[in-house]
Design a protein around this ligand. Structure first.
Ligand code: AMP
Length: 360
């Protein structure tokens, strides 16, 4: 495949803040974007040259969209398989359908990761109550029961503690096909964001440390407070996953850091996001190339940019719900980089923007 021509149009499935930030990065590189979303209030519509408002089941709309662009990417991993298939008939989809299929289903994802010889929490698939009882017997409590599909930010998951009613836990996730995972007593949650180019080259950012509040990412910090060996191990994990998926574009791997009594560190893979990721927002202003530009470069078949951190340390804080009211103060803060997503209403739990700070 030849590299994208200057001025070409990139199609983006999904119109949230991630799509918006990809579109802005594309524009800076002289490329146009066409955003496809089922939400008329999509934040990405405001910054794209073309917008299609239609459902992901609308085959005619998907076909017209795909024919209008040089390459299609996505900003969320729950693109229906059928929609991905239609798009792939008329355009190049990057990352490919395999990345979607693997990461949409937590059981397929964990099995894939374990198949690469990478460490994960112990897990079992759960189809019904008997299956849950068997999985609990094998894994033990505490354990985390998660729906296989459509879970994010802690939705569709419940922790089962010793003595808890397993049937009630299964009911709480709607008795949907699920995965039971052993509860990981992690010392920290990390992630690594990396891009893989069309030529198979990998450009990984350094691993970062993530703080969640009520299951939603609150803050990302780099450098993570981890040993050199762990830093290298995170990059090795990203490479193994990127290569195995023959991936093109940005992806994030969420990791649990487990620290033994003697201080020895171990990484367990929790989840793969086949897209730009909230824990990579620090790279915008905080690294040589932002994850959004890097994604555009990768799917365009262009050379990848540098991934080095700028400054001694970088933090990214999400502005969630009412926190958006602190924006005037943040704008007055020297060196604070404020990014807002252009969402009209600040509902509780809604990501409204983020602020990146660099310590020099
Ligand atoms: P997930 O949707 O898989 O990213 O999980 C959301 C959050 O739940 C994670 O960021 C962790 O804080 C927590 N969590 C998920 N799985 C586990 C696990 N197996 N052990 C401990 N905590 C977990």
């Amino acid at each position: 495949m030849s590299p994208l021509a200057p001025g070409a149009t990139i199609g983006i499935l999904g119109g949230g803040q991630l799509g918006r930030l990809i579109a802005l990065a594309a524009a800076r590189l002289g490329l146009k974007t066409h955003v496809f979303s089922d939400d008329p209030d999509s934040p990405a519509f405001a910054v794209a040259a073309h917008a299609t408002h239609a459902t992901y089941e609308d085959e005619a709309a998907l076909e017209a969209f795909s024919r209008s662009v040089a390459v299609v990417t996505y900003e969320f991993e729950n693109v229906p398989a059928r929609a991905a298939e239609i798009v792939s008939r008329h355009a190049v989809l990057r990352p490919g359908a395999r990345a979607l299929a693997t990461t949409q289903d937590r059981l397929a994802e964990k099995s894939f990761v374990a198949g690469l010889g990478l460490a994960t929490a112990p897990f079992r698939g759960v189809e019904d109550e008997a299956g849950l009882a068997a999985a609990l017997a094998a894994i033990g409590a505490p354990a985390v029961l998660k729906t296989r599909r459509f879970g994010y930010d802690g939705k569709g998951q419940v922790t089962i503690r010793p003595g808890d009613d397993a049937a009630a836990a299964f009911a709480a996730i709607g008795r949907a096909p699920a995965i039971l995972e052993g509860f990981v007593p992690f010392a920290a949650e990390l992630s690594i964001v990396a891009a893989r180019g069309l030529d198979g080259g990998l450009a990984a950012y350094e691993a970062c440390e993530n703080e969640h509040e009520r299951h939603i990412l609150a803050e990302t910090r780099v450098p993570a407070a981890i040993g050199e060996g762990t830093r290298a191990a995170a990059a090795d994990i990203a490479r193994a996953i990127g290569d195995a998926l023959d991936y093109v574009g940005i992806f994030a791997v969420e990791l649990f850091l487990v620290r033994a009594a003697d201080g020895a560190e171990r990484l367990l893979v929790n989840e793969i996001a086949p897209r730009v990721h909230n824990s990579g927002h620090w790279t915008d202003f905080g690294a040589q190339t932002s994850q959004f530009e890097q994604h555009v470069r990768a799917i365009a078949g262009w050379p990848l940019g540098g991934t080095k951190r700028l400054g001694r340390a970088v933090s990214m804080t999400n502005l969630i719900g009412d926190a958006v009211e602190t924006v005037p103060a943040l704008l007055a803060e020297e060196g604070a980089h404020v990014t807002l997503y252009g969402k009209a209403q600040a509902r509780a739990g809604r990501k409204m923007g983020h602020v990146t700070r660099i310590a020099w």
